[in-house]
Design a protein around this ligand. Structure first.
Ligand code: 5GP
Length: 219
């Protein structure tokens, strides 16, 4: 069911005050799209809050269904490890890793410096906090020749994914693909990655959202 998506469908979503408007089309939305429409809240600054099921409170059976879907989407790919970034990517990464039977590594936001010899390090501009994070992974957990599936809860401008790709590249690994729950297509990060040949798969791609009217449309 989750693979079916109505192109250009437009529905209303609760606005930041919790108001809910009538939708125009309900059919053919996938599980995640429906959940976004029922439980998501659009905040000013092009931020979608999905705290009630994805990245604060976690609806484990639901996220596990998304994990199963990622396994189908990346079927046939060699995946040795899933790499994500703390904190909000960890839930979906773990509930996907169960279906791949591989470990999850999460990059840590650290106050340390680039001089630390035991870690691969990169800089990631945070979309939600508007600051640059120093992000590290221990050299023990990313190795040359490993096939890595990168995952995150959201894809906006692509900084988090680019940072994770940089870490894999420093280790001499291979990025097999990028699995994203919610891509905000209008922010361009996904398209930029795809144009470089990266296999980006997102379960829901938001084409447009408007905090003032509380509307959202999916690609
Ligand atoms: P990017 O690095 O692609 O610009 O942004 C992706 C990262 O920012 C993700 O790790 C995610 O945690 C956070 N993020 C970006 N947009 C949103 C959003 O609309 N809602 C939430 N909750 N997180 C977001």
């Amino acid at each position: 069911e989750i693979l079916r998506c109505l192109v250009g469908s437009e529905m209303c979503i609760r606005d930041s005050t919790g108001r809910k408007e009538q939708g125009t089309m309900a059919e053919e939305l996938n599980l995640l799209q429906k959940k976004i429409l029922s439980d998501g809240v659009i905040k000013p600054g092009n931020v979608l809050k999905v705290d009630s099921f994805l990245n604060h409170q976690i609806d484990v059976p639901f996220i596990s269904e998304l994990g199963k879907e990622f396994k189908k989407l990346f079927f046939g790919k060699k995946v040795d490890k899933i790499l994500t970034i703390e904190a909000s990517g960890i839930g979906i990464a773990c509930l996907t890793a169960i279906y791949f039977g591989v470990p999850v590594v999460f990059a840590k936001k650290s106050a340390g410096s680039n001089m630390d010899a035991d870690v691969y390090a990169t800089e990631v501009k945070s979309f939600t906090h508007n600051k640059v994070n120093h992000v590290v992974v221990s050299k023990k957990y990313l190795n040359e020749g490993e096939h890595i599936l990168i995952m995150d809860d959201f894809l906006a401008n692509g900084c988090a994914v680019e940072g994770l790709m940089d870490l894999v590249s420093q280790a001499g690994g291979i990025v097999e693909g990028v699995g994203i729950c919610i891509e905000k297509g209008f922010q361009g990060g996904g398209n930029a990655l795809r144009s470089k040949g990266v296999d980006v798969k997102s379960l829901a791609i938001i084409e447009k959202m408007d905090a003032a009217t509380g509307t959202i449309s999916f690609r």
